[in-house]
Design a protein. Structure first.
Length: 66
C-alpha cells in the first residue's frame, strides 16, 4: 500500500509541474476536461489520498522498504 501511495503522490505532483513546461501526462489529460480549478482539486485529492495511504501503512507497521 505504501508503494502505491508514493506512486500516486509522485504522479500527481509531476502532473502539476509538467503543464508549466508545455507537457502533460496522458493519464491526467481527462482531468483537464472539467477545467483548471476542478483539475487542480482532483490532483490535490490524489496527493492527499497517496499521503493517507502512506500514513496508514506506516501507522499499521506493515511498511516494506521499496
Amino acid at each position: 500500500m505504501k508503494g502505491f501511495g508514493i506512486f500516486l503522490i509522485i504522479a500527481a505532483v509531476v502532473s502539476l509541474v509538467l503543464p508549466f513546461m508545455g507537457l502533460q501526462l496522458l493519464i491526467f489529460r481527462w482531468v483537464d476536461a472539467w477545467g483548471l480549478p476542478t483539475g487542480l482539486l482532483i490532483r490535490l485529492g490524489i496527493i492527499a489520498l497517496g499521503a493517507l495511504m502512506v500514513y496508514l501503512d506506516r501507522r499499521a507497521g506493515t511498511s516494506e522498504d521499496i
